[in-house]
Design a protein around this ligand. Structure first.
Ligand code: DHB
Ligand code: FE
Length: 292
């Protein structure tokens, strides 16, 4: 049976991708950002999954105002890096896992969540920057990736509560797949940042660190935080953080194991990192493992 073994959380700043692609990662500005991921790269090599479900948001690259799916699952065999205005990033094409993706779509839709099935999609920095941070600059990404896109660009965005419950449904879906796959789920975007208007440049360290604390220890309570609190405290783009609740909802302490009840044993915090700023964004990063 397939199983979700761990969750990874990370910001996705486009300038981080550019720094890596242009060979600037050792410059004084960037060095502390990348250093925060050294242990994570090691961890990923030692805990290589068979598949990653990568929860991210598209930034009007694959989708536009013409069509705005709230939740979209990538079921294609591959996904090309998008051209975001400066040409596609020179990173590997993302290989998908159509069979597991189709199974998740079937299971999660039958659990009353409306997913849009996407059979062709280019993936922007929301997906490729987290892969770069966790994997560096490999010739190929280490395993297939199922892109799971969430609308946090155009209101109404889904509530944190719905995202959390979706994560629980995704865990049930994965555990009902009858092949022995080790699956990780990654929640990306955030932390506090605002790219527009009079408050552009807003960063809120206190909010971000409290969010990390609660994501670990009180995810259910955190999932009840309304949108207005994200926007007020974490800036207009801080709403990207609701995607972290999808990954957190898929952990065994809140979603249960093999159809069983949720356990009270919290996940193991393998790594925690916070750095301000990278471009306009506070960078936050966590790795949580399910206890075995
Ligand atoms: C920045 C952050 C984002 O999340 C994004 O999508 C684009 C830009 C930034 O910090 O510059
Ligand atoms: Fe973003």
């Amino acid at each position: 049976m397939a199983n979700i073994t761990a969750s990874v959380y990370t910001s996705h700043v486009p300038a981080i991708g550019a720094a890596l692609d242009l060979g600037k990662s050792h410059e004084p500005y960037w060095q502390p950002v990348f250093k925060g991921y050294d242990d994570s790269k090691q961890w990923l090599q030692e805990n290589k999954p068979d598949v990653i479900i990568l929860v991210f948001n598209d930034h009007a690259t694959a989708f536009s105002l013409e069509m705005i799916p709230t939740f979209a699952i990538g079921c294609a065999a591959s996904f090309a890096p998008a051209d975001e205005g400066w040409g596609p990033r020179p990173v590997p094409v993302v290989q998908g896992h159509p069979e597991l993706a189709a199974h998740i779509a079937q299971s999660v839709i039958q659990q009353d969540f409306d997913l849009t099935i996407v059979n062709k999609m280019d993936v922007d920095h929301g997906l490729t920057v987290p892969l770069s941070l966790m994997c560096g600059q490999p010739q190929a990404w280490p395993c297939p990736v199922i892109p799971f896109a969430v609308n946090v660009v155009q209101y109404p965005a889904p509530s944190g509560r719905r995202c959390f419950m979706l994560g629980q449904a995704i865990r049930r879906a994965v555990e009902s797949y009858d092949r022995p796959l080790k699956v990780q789920i990654w929640g990306t975007g955030g932390m506090s940042h605002q790219l527009q208007g009079p408050r552009a440049g807003l960063i809120n360290k206190d909010f971000d660190n409290a969010f990390l604390d609660r994501l670990i220890a009180d995810p259910e309570g955190l999932s009840r935080m309304p949108h207005i609190d994200y926007v007020r405290e974490a800036g207009s783009e801080g709403i990207e953080l609701v995607m972290w609740l999808i990954a957190r909802g898929a952990m065994s302490d809140v979603a249960g194991e093999k159809g069983g009840a949720a356990s009270s044993v919290p996940p193991i915090v393998k790594h925690r990192f916070y750095h301000v700023p990278a471009s306009n964004t506070a960078v936050g990063h966590l790795i949580l493992e399910n206890p075995t």
